[in-house]
Design a protein around this ligand. Sequence first.
Ligand code: ZN
Length: 135
Amino acid sequence: MNAKKIDHIGIAVKNLDETLKFYQDILGLECAGTEIVEEQKVKVAFLPIGDSEIELLESTEEDGPIAKFIKKKGEGIQHIAYRVDNIDKAIEQMKEKGIRMIDEKPRYGAGGAKIAFCHPKSTGGVLVELSEREE
Ligand code: ZN
């Protein structure tokens, strides 16, 4: 497989509105929208930059994955997402090469992407997301 580019960087934050101030007022990025992904118990804000995106992630529930992440590690970079052409193929190839997948099948990701996470144990400690979506 060939990862095409960094699709986005996912950053776990406690308070989306508070953190947005830094990205908008200081860095000068624009928020292209927000979305609640129920399944992940998360509210996502999209901030495109160049050919990529910053995604700020705020948990909507106390037991959501982002809330758990912050409890354990504090706020900060939670995952890096790579764009792939064909997610089914990418998952298949990962498995063939012995990479441990958190998602064995693609699932819905923010912005209408098809995504799958690879386990940090197989990637040098980084939660890696594979993401397929229309340009
Ligand atoms: Zn992501």
